[in-house]
Design a protein around this ligand. Structure first.
Ligand code: GLV
Ligand code: MN
Ligand code: MN
Ligand code: MN
Length: 409
C-alpha cells in the first residue's frame, strides 16, 4: 500500500474548498450529481486510489472504497463515511467532514501499523440532503429497500429531470435501483462522523461527542390554489389569493410547534406560481419539515397543521392539498456499539440530534453509531457552519481509535 497521501482533515477540506461555492446564496450548493458533487466524488475516488483502496460505485450510486490488506472475505465489514451533496447555500462541513475524516482515520491507522481483522469500507452516499429530489437519505433508503425504486426513479427535480434520467446520465441503470442484498450482506457496522449541527458541544466544552438518537422527521408539500389575477384591477373582496392561506399557515406552523414541547417545525421553501410582483398567484407550494422525538406527536402536529391549512384556505375561497414526501421514525442508535465507542473515547459526552443522517436509515439494518465534532457557531445548513482545524483533527483521531477497536478486536 502506498504511503498516506494526506494526513490532516484540514488539508483535505482545503483541497475541496473551491468546489461548488455559491456566489448568490453564499456557502456551497452541491446537489447530487451536479458538476460540483460529481467533482467531489471524483476527488474522493482519487484520494481512495492514492491509498491503494479498491473502489466501486454500486447500483444506487453509493461509493465504496475498500481497505482489506489481508484479502479477507467482504463480510462483517466496518463501514464509515458520509455524503458530499449539500443543501442550497450550505456549509463546508455537513457531509464532507465525515468523508475527509474517514480518509484521515485510515491514514492514521496505516501509520500506526493497524492490522485489520475485518474489511473496512469508506463510503459516500448520494442525495443525503434530499435537496435535489426532495427525499433525504435517498441512497441509503434505496440500498436498504426502505424506498420503492420505481418511486425514486420517477422523482423530478426543479428542472424537470427525473432521478432515472440523471442516473442514466451518470452510468447507473434505473432498472437496477433498489435494495442491494449483496451490499447489505457485507455490512457489519456503520460509524458516521459528522459536524455537530447544534451547540451541544460548545456548551459542554469538548471537541467530540457520541450520538444517542435522531428525532423522527418528515417532509410534506402543501399546495394552495386560487385564482391568478391582476394586482391592480382586482378588488380585495374579489380575490382568491393562495398566498394568504399560505402565509397564515406559516404562522400556524410556528404556533402549533410551540404547543408540543420538543417539536421543530419549519417552512423553509415557498414557491408562488407564476411568481410576478404585479400578479396575484394562482398557486403557492410550500414545504413543511416537522421533527419530534415521539413519532405519535409528529403525527399529531402534522394533523393540526393540515387542519389549520384547510381552514385558512376555506376563508380565502382557496383549495389546499397536502402530500407526505417522506417520513422517518425517531432512531436510537445501537446501545452496545455506543457503549463501545464510549470506552474507546473515555469521557466523551453523548448527545441527541435533530438532524437526519444515512446512519439513521442504516440503523434499522446494522449496529450504527455516530460521532459529532464541535461546531463553534452552533449553526448548520448555512455558510456560518464551522469547525476549528484542531477539532477536525481530534475528530479524525477519535474515528481512528474507534475504527481500530472495531477492526482489530
Ligand atoms: C438533513 O441534514 C436534515 O436533517 O434535514
Ligand atoms: Mn449531513
Ligand atoms: Mn445536512
Ligand atoms: Mn443530514
Amino acid at each position: 500500500m502506498p504511503a498516506p497521501v494526506a494526513t490532516t482533515v484540514t488539508s483535505l477540506m482545503s483541497a475541496i474548498a473551491d468546489v461548488g461555492t455559491d456566489p448568490v446564496r453564499g456557502g456551497y450548493s452541491r446537489p447530487v450529481f451536479s458538476v460540483a458533487e460529481l467533482s467531489l466524488r471524483e476527488w474522493f475516488l482519487s484520494e481512495a486510489a492514492a491509498r491503494g483502496l479498491d473502489t466501486e460505485t454500486d447500483r444506487n450510486g453509493i461509493i465504496w472504497a475498500w481497505w482489506n490488506p489481508g484479502g479477507l472475505p467482504l463480510r462483517d465489514a466496518v463501514v464509515t463515511g458520509s455524503h458530499l451533496d449539500s443543501v442550497p447555500g450550505g456549509g463546508a462541513f455537513d457531509g464532507p467532514l465525515g468523508v475527509a475524516s474517514a480518509l484521515v482515520a485510515l491514514d492514521l491507522m496505516v501509520t500506526r501499523g493497524v492490522r485489520p481483522r475485518r474489511p473496512l469500507a469508506l463510503t459516500v452516499f448520494p442525495e443525503e440532503e434530499g435537496s435535489r429530489f426532495g427525499r433525504a437519505c435517498l441512497g441509503s433508503l434505496l440500498l436498504t429497500g426502505a424506498m420503492d425504486p420505481r418511486v425514486a426513479a420517477g422523482l423530478v427535480d426543479d428542472d424537470g429531470v427525473t432521478f432515472a434520467e440523471l442516473c442514466s446520465a451518470n452510468g447507473l441503470e434505473p432498472a437496477y435501483l433498489g435494495r442491494d442484498d449483496e451490499a447489505l450482506a457485507r455490512l457489519g457496522c456503520f460509524v458516521e462522523l459528522h459536524v455537530e449541527q447544534g451547540r451541544g458541544l460548545v456548551d459542554l466544552g469538548g471537541p467530540v461527542a457520541v450520538a444517542s438518537s435522531i428525532l423522527g422527521h418528515g417532509r410534506w408539500r402543501l399546495t394552495f390554489t386560487g385564482q391568478g389575477n391582476h394586482a391592480g384591477t382586482t378588488q380585495l373582496a374579489d380575490r382568491r389569493d393562495p398566498m394568504i392561506p399560505a402565509a397564515r399557515t406559516v404562522l400556524d406552523v410556528r404556533r402549533i410547534a410551540h404547543v408540543h414541547r420538543g417539536a421543530r417545525a419549519t417552512v423553509g421553501r415557498l414557491v408562488p406560481t407564476p411568481g410576478g410582483t404585479n400578479v396575484i398567484a394562482s398557486r403557492v407550494d410550500l414545504w413543511l419539515d416537522v421533527r419530534h422525538p415521539d413519532d405519535a406527536v409528529t403525527e399529531r402536529i402534522v394533523y393540526e397543521i393540515s387542519e389549520a391549512a384547510a381552514s385558512a384556505a376555506l376563508r380565502e375561497g382557496c383549495g389546499v392539498s397536502m402530500v407526505e414526501e417522506s417520513l422517518s421514525g425517531s432512531v436510537d442508535f445501537d446501545r452496545a456499539l455506543r457503549d463501545r465507542l464510549r470506552v474507546d473515547l473515555p469521557g466523551v459526552p453523548v448527545l441527541p440530534t435533530g438532524a437526519g443522517h444515512d446512519a439513521g436509515v442504516l440503523a434499522a439494518h446494522v449496529p450504527t453509531a455516530m460521532l459529532f465534532v464541535r461546531n463553534p457557531s452552533g449553526v448548520s445548513h448555512s455558510p456560518a457552519e464551522h469547525v476549528e482545524d484542531a477539532d477536525a483533527e481530534s475528530g479524525a483521531e477519535a474515528l481512528a481509535d474507534v475504527l481500530t477497536d472495531l477492526l482489530t478486536s
